[in-house]
Write a protein that binds this ligand. Structure first.
Ligand SMILES: [Zn+2]
Length: 647
């Protein structure tokens, strides 16, 4: 899921402009997430656990909706298998404000209670045997509640035309239908049959089996045979215009992307939605083939400012590249494998955010650095917070843009850095193919196990620091060069006391006047000193120039060394008055450049860069005040520091 905030796009690259071609498209900003947090800060809703004693196998959901009114009439037939003994009641999650009209067990009417805890408690005629498939049917109607998701069942308008859409994540499925709202048991298969006035079309999960006339109404029958979490079941109903894009697959088949768009934006949508083709091909190549290829992918336009990754049919406000890429990534991360607890929401949102970032790296490489920098800046805008969601009763905390989305994405970026591309993406493939996780739920240790298995690395420290605990580091580097030897001392401070030290491989770029090299050091404690051989004079160093790491406010200090290359140069005359000459002695033609530094450490003269390398160079020093100076002479193999007197 991704919430967008409506502001005008001020800066947009030409390439993206071509891809999106819509200046009014909402752009991503985490302000929206913060606002969301404010709206939902007091919302308390937890999974009931009342439904844990059966395995839900199948729902036949029959709904009557008319987008001109916020009323739903429903008939839900549930096939289930009791998994505990003494099964003489069955319970469903359903908001108490929706009235149950009847419950039938086969042809028998059953008694039931609607509890104030938003549970329908149904009294079975006798104790049902364990492990035996059975079914009940609930008829209900009413005005659905909007309070437990992001507007779980929303009646609205587009261009003056009524629309109804649903968005159940995280706790809103029960606001509009009786279900098992857990994160432990997927519905194995599902029929969705919606009756609505015939002006409307119904977008939903799976394949459209039939569309039949029934008087002034139409009945749309959708069916999915892939396991699905209750919060991913969705319908959107309005006067959609419908067309398809097709993604060629490596096996020679093609995947249908079924677009349900507002008629008023039909031509713009047709220009934008084909962008999904390269996104899906790219995700296929990075991970595993699109996980619902036997059915479809799709987009349905809706009025919530953002997107929601309903299985096989994402609901989106528009068709910008970042939004399409984010919601589509959820089909692998969120839908195919769903977080097994809202504590682990980053397994949905961190991945979707990072994979959208990977599309920037692949298709818009000039914006990739800025993408990473904006994430780093937003994450480090506050000193605390863990990727692990510590309060799942607060919808705002579950959907924290800073932590669940961006820090989650950066956690993945750092794992990729630690493991390297081939092992990182292999681990993701293995995770997505794991028969215990595919079409099911996963927790963070499940992902960690796959990363450890392919890499041979123990990632416990990494996950403790970056997932369970809070904050991020700042680095303070002190460096010097002595002949061919570069020395770097790396100190680290932390923004939050829950982590005493972040252990990471740190990349440092050593920059000469016309050469550079990047070395990686395994940073295991603050104050650790690394030495390496660098065969050219270093002008400057950069810490983590490509933003592999989450860190901020890093500092770099050069420690001048006066002992190096004592016998490599001759400086004359000394004292000097008008001109100073430097000669390279043992290595002819080794001079690259030089600086003159006064007693206060200020650079008072800087030579040009001798790309051809010189044997002898001179400087006009007539304007220098009298005094003692340091010469910092760059030779092709390192620095030589000499002093001289101006008289
Ligand atoms: Zn998302």
């Amino acid at each position: 899921m991704k919430k967008y905030f409506l502001i005008l796009v001020l800066f947009i690259s030409f390439l993206k402009l071509l891809a999106q071609s819509n200046l009014n498209e909402p752009i991503e900003t985490d302000i929206s997430i913060i606002e969301q947090k404010a709206h939902h800060a007091k919302l308390k809703a937890l999974l009931s656990g009342a439904t844990d004693n059966y395995d839900v196998k199948y729902h036949r959901c029959e709904w009557i909706v008319d987008p001109t009114t916020t009323i739903i009439y429903g008939k839900i037939t549930t096939y289930f298998i009791p998994i505990r003994t003494n099964f003489n009641q069955i319970e469903f999650d359903l908001i108490a404000t929706l009235g149950v009209d009847s419950v039938k067990y086969h042809s028998t009417n059953l008694t039931y209670n609607q509890l104030s805890t938003n549970i329908v408690q149904i009294n079975l005629p006798y104790t049902l045997p364990i492990n035996k498939l059975d079914s009940v049917t609930i008829c209900y109607h009413g005005i659905p509640d909007e309070g437990n998701g992001f507007g779980s069942f929303k009646q609205s308008q587009h261009n003056g035309t009524p629309i109804i859409w649903t968005l159940s994540e995280p706790y809103g499925a029960r606001d509009w239908w009786p279900c098992k709202q857990s994160l432990t048991d997927k519905i194995d298969s599902l029929d969705i049959i919606v009756t609505t006035p015939q002006i409307n079309k119904v977008a939903s999960n799976g394949l459209l089996i039939s569309e039949t006339q029934a008087g002034v109404n139409k009945i749309y029958h959708w069916k999915t045979k892939y396991p699905i979490a209750a919060y991913l079941v969705a319908i959107a109903v309005t006067n959609y215009s419908i067309y398809s894009d097709y993604v060629p697959l490596t096996n020679g088949n093609s995947l249908q992307v079924l677009n349900y768009v507002y008629p008023e934006t039909d031509s713009l949508s047709k220009f934008q939605t084909p962008g999904i083709i390269n996104i899906i091909k790219f995700y296929d190549s990075l991970t595993i083939d699109y996980p619902f290829a036997l059915e479809k992918y799709g987009h349905a336009q809706f009025g919530w400012g953002g997107g929601m990754e309903h299985q096989t049919m994402s609901f989106v406000s528009g068709f910008s590249h970042p939004l399409m890429a984010h919601e589509c990534a959820h089909q692998w991360f969120g839908d195919h494998i769903t977080c097994g607890s809202w504590q682990d929401i980053w397994l949905n949102e961190g991945f979707a955010t990072y994979f959208e970032g990977l599309t920037e790296e692949r298709f818009f490489p000039s914006s990739w650095y800025q993408w990473k920098l904006s994430k780093v800046n937003q994450i480090t805008s506050l000193p605390d917070g863990s990727v692990a969601c510590t309060d799942t009763s607060d919808v705002g905390k579950i959907f924290s843009g800073r932590l669940s989305y961006n820090k989650g994405a950066y956690l993945l970026h750092m794992l990729r850095w630690k493991l390297g591309d081939s092992l990182f993406f292999l681990a993701l493939k293995n995770y997505l193919n794991d028969p215990h996780l595919a079409n099911n739920y996963a927790r963070t240790p499940d992902l960690k196990a796959h990363l450890e298995a392919v890499s041979g690395q123990n990632l416990s420290i990494f996950f403790n620091q970056w997932f369970y605990n809070q904050g991020y580091p700042s680095y303070q580097l002190f460096w010097s060069q002595n002949e061919h030897t570069i020395s770097v001392t790396a100190n680290q401070t932390q923004s939050h006391p829950s982590v005493s030290f972040y252990e990471m491989p740190i990349p440092i770029k050593f920059i000469g006047q016309y050469r550079d090299t990047t070395l990686i050091f395994n940073h295991q404690f603050s104050g650790q000193t690394f030495t390496a051989t660098v065969n050219f004079p270093i002008v400057n160093i950069k810490f983590d120039p490509e933003l592999h790491l989450l860190s901020t406010q890093n500092t770099i200090t050069e420690i001048l060394s006066y002992s190096s290359f004592e016998n490599q140069t001759s400086v004359y005359p000394n004292p000097a008055n008008s001109s100073l000459t430097i000669i390279s002695l043992n290595n002819s033609n080794a001079l690259e450049s030089f600086e003159i530094i006064d007693a206060l450490g200020r650079e008072v003269y800087k030579s040009g860069v001798y790309k051809g390398l010189q044997k002898e160079v001179s400087a006009d020093i007539r304007t220098l005040p009298k005094g003692t100076y340091t010469l910092k002479i760059a030779l092709k193999f390192g620095y030589n520091y000499r002093s001289f007197v101006k008289d």
